[in-house]
Structure formats: structure tokens, C-alpha cells
Write a protein that binds this ligand. Sequence first.
Ligand code: PEP
Length: 249
Amino acid sequence: NDKMVKLIAGNWKMHGTADSLAEVRAIAEWARKFEGGVEVALCLPATLIHRAAEAVPGFTIGAQDLHHMEKGAHTGDICAAMLHDAGASMVIVGHSERREAHREADADVRAKAEAGLAAGLKVILCVGESLEVREAGRAEQTVAAQVDASLPRTAVDPAVFSVAYEPIWAIGTGKVAEPIDIEEMHRAIRERLVSAYGEAGTGVRILYGGSVKASNAAEIFAVREVGGALVGGASLTAADFLPIVEAGA
Ligand code: PEP
């Protein structure tokens, strides 16, 4: 954990139009100061990817979803090659908002992760339990099962594949998991990664996500097995996001 360069990725969700490119520029410019010490990325709405990638060459711009097929009759969908073509070099798969609102199951998420990696995109695969599951004492077994069923079956390179643990009850709620709970869950996820990939599984970064902000980032990054963060609300402006990047550098 100490030696791993942390990955701090922003997830803009359904926010941002052309006038937000100034924030993208500000974030990318500032992130350059930490090059080598921390990896920074912004996962933007699909409509902004091309303009953002052109505005900040060399900075990692990502997408928030993709279709697992290469092409075809899939109205409204976007495949990995299209994202790559637009200038994206990363993609989030399996975010809980997609698992819920678009009924994505683990098998769908796995196919998306495999498609992203095959197209040369870095992949962040999200898992996490609901409040109901946590209160029933089944958080660890639920997340472990999610990990097992959504991991790509192909070999993974830790440089381009990460898992984000995002307890659903902590996303956009201001509630953050306790350090001890994060540590235990990340350890459980690590076990599954090592079981799936052997040595390579020890190097895969496990990000925490769920109401990460400037005031709690340092505490979260100090937790063993935390390899970075997936940040929603606090990634929308440079003023909110940069202190988090700094805490991880
Ligand atoms: C997310 O959507 O991945 C997320 C963690 O959101 P927030 O930081 O706003 O809780």
C-alpha cells in the first residue's frame, strides 16, 4: 500500500457541459505537479470526452460506462473503441447507479470490464453493498461474491485495472465508511484478487469511494489497502478535488 502510487479518479456522473472544460483544465494542470506521486483521472459524460481530451493532452480522461459488444444494433450505446477514438483512456464499469438504474448484473459488468481492457482502456470496476446488506451482517460475503462474479477472466495488468469499493449507502450521502470497515473490506477484496490472479492480484489498486472529500481524504488514504479513491461530488471543481489529490500524493 505504501509503495503503490494512488489512483484518484473523479466521476462526474451526469454533470458538465462545455463551460465545465475550464475546471477540467484547472484540474489537469494542477495534477501535473504531482506526476509520478499520484495518478489522476476524470471520468466525464460521454458528450464531453472528446473536447476534454483535446483540451488536456496527456491527462487521463475516462468514461463512466460502455457497451460490451464491438458494434451493432445497440441504440444509444457506446463501445470501447468509440471511447478510445474520442480520446478516453479509462472507463468505469459496474457503478452502483448503473447496477441499479440499468439493472446491470455481475456478468454484464464482467463483460464490460473485459471489453474495456481488450480495447486498451484502463478499467475501474465498482462493487459495494447496500445498507440493508450491511445491517444484515452480509457486507463482506456480498461484496466478495460480486468481485468473484465481475472480475475479468482474462489476465490483468495492475497498471490498468483497479477495483473500487463503494458502499452504496456512502455514495452522495455524506456518510463515510469507518476506517476499520474499509480496511476489512479491502482485505477481503484483495483475497479475491489474489485468488483470481495470483501475484498480479497483489498489485491491483483497490480504491475507496463514497463521500470522499478534502476533510476526510487523508484519513481514508492512511487506511491499509486503500490504493486511491473514486470521487463523485467532490470531483466537479478544482477547488474541491485538488485537496483530495494532494492528500493522496
Ligand atoms: C461515486 O459516485 O463514485 C461516488 C463515490 O460519489 P460521491 O463521492 O459523491 O459519494
